[in-house]
Structure formats: structure tokens, C-alpha cells
Write a protein that binds this ligand. Structure first.
Ligand SMILES: N[C@@H](CCC(=O)N[C@@H](CS)C(=O)NCC(=O)O)C(=O)O
Length: 221
């Protein structure tokens, strides 16, 4: 169960890993920010949030918990090497619990291109930290491929929504970060996701007076 693919960054983290493993799940989207969204979410999710994985009689909420649920059952979620795996979990937990300035100034909007927001000190610090994470991880662990730990792993799924934000808001980045972003955006999982996001019929606006949503009139995209 996910929110809109274009906007729900937490949802796509879990979804990318479910798809990466090729699991047969029925994907359902609850569009966010509509008048009935909270009621619909309350019927299925103890937190009234997505993502949510319902598997037989188990209900697992929270993107990182879903990723760990997958990792307990399938290889290919976290890197094989123990040191790499510890780092992958550390940077993923850091993303999960941090970067408030980046998240609020640059809401995920995969299909759109927006002006770069005012560069406050806190936003610049978040951007620099993300760049440092990508650069250091690529240098230390990335030799086996184009992703943070070489092959695609959960760490890339966790950072994929951040990559799309760097694209959407044209955030400043180093050459190594740019190369990593290009690899992520060209991964087949992301190419598919970007196409699906572009086709979604809903819009969400993030204004100073809160969020609003609606349907894109047919004929527009
Ligand atoms: N820490 C949670 C965050 C989940 C979350 O905040 N999800 C948002 C969508 S991205 C949500 O469901 N919001 C409910 C709403 O907007 O009504 C996770 O990692 O899954």
C-alpha cells in the first residue's frame, strides 16, 4: 500500500525494494491529501500512514521496517559484506530520521522541475551532508558497480527520493554525486517509476497555508 508515487517518498523506498526482489504483491495506491485520505488510511494502517505491507496475517508499517522484513526473507536487500551492510544501515537510518530542512524545502515531486529554494544555512548543510554520504560511500564501497555499494541495495532505494529532489530542484552537487544520480535515474526501476509518476492523475500543492490536492484535468499531464 503506497501513497502517490510522484509525491510519497516513504512509499517508494519500500516499493522499489519489493519490485527489486520481484515479489508478487498487489500494489495499491491511496492518493494523499484528499478529504477522505485519513479515513481510508485509518481503515488499514495503525499509523494512518503509508507505506504498509500486508502479507498473509502480518501488517508491517514504516518504510525501514518493511525493508528489514524483506531482508529477513530475501538476499539482495542489504550489501553482502558485513562492514558495507553496517554502513548501508547507518546511512539509511540517518536519512530516515534526519534532513528536515531538505525535506520541507524540497518536497518530492518526481515529474516536476521547480526553482531552487532559498538556500538557508540548514538547507545547505543538509545538501552538503547528502553529497558527502554519496561521495564517501561511492569511494569506499562502490567499486563493484554504479550504486552506493556497487550493486543496487536498500540504501539506494532509501536515497532514490533524495536523488529525484536534487533533479527536481536542481540542487548543487559534486561530480561524483552527479554520476551517482545519473546511475539511479537510469536504473530500470527508476525509469519505470518516473513514467508511472508522470501518468498519475493527482496533483498536490505545498503552500505556506498548508497542502491542497486535486485531479489533473484530462488532456493535461
Ligand atoms: N516514518 C514513516 C513515514 C511515513 C509517512 O510519513 N508517510 C506519509 C506519506 S509519504 C503519509 O502516509 N502521510 C499520510 C497523510 O498525508 O495523510 C515511514 O518511513 O514509513
Amino acid at each position: 500500500m503506497s501513497g502517490n508515487l510522484n509525491y510519497s517518498s516513504w512509499s517508494i523506498r519500500a516499493l522499489l525494494m519489493v519490485r527489486h526482489l520481484g515479489l508478487e504483491v498487489e500494489e495499491e495506491i491511496v492518493p494523499l491529501d484528499f478529504p477522505d485520505t485519513t479515513t481510508r488510511l485509518a481503515e488499514i494502517s495503525p499509523t494512518r500512514k503509508v507505506p504498509l505491507l500486508i502479507w498473509d496475517d502480518e501488517t508491517v508499517w514504516d518504510s525501514l521496517a518493511i525493508i528489514e522484513w524483506l531482508a529477513e526473507r530475501h538476499a539482495g536487500v542489504w550489501p553482502k559484506d558485513q562492514k558495507a551492510r553496517a554502513r548501508a544501515r547507518a546511512i539509511s537510518a540517518e536519512m530516515h530520521s534526519g534532513f528536515p530542512a531538505l525535506r520541507s524545502a524540497c518536497p518530492m515531486d518526481i515529474r516536476a522541475r521547480h526553482d531552487r529554494p532559498d538556500m538557508t544555512e540548514k538547507l545547505a548543510a543538509d545538501i552538503a551532508r547528502v553529497d558527502a554520504i554519496w561521495t564517501e560511500t561511492r569511494k569506499e564501497f562502490g567499486a563493484g558497480g554504479d550504486f552506493l555499494f556497487g550493486e543496487w541495495s536498500a540504501a539506494d532505494a532509501v536515497y532514490a527520493p533524495v536523488v529525484t529532489r536534487f533533479v527536481t530542484y536542481d540542487l548543487p552537487r559534486s561530480e561524483i554525486a552527479q554520476a551517482y544520480m545519473s546511475a539511479v535515474m537510469s536504473h530500470p526501476l527508476m525509469v519505470t517509476l518516473a513514467a508511472e509518476s508522470a501518468e498519475e492523475p493527482w496533483w498536490i500543492k505545498y503552500g505556506s497555508d498548508g497542502r491542497s490536492s486535486g485531479f489533473i484535468p484530462s488532456g493535461n499531464s
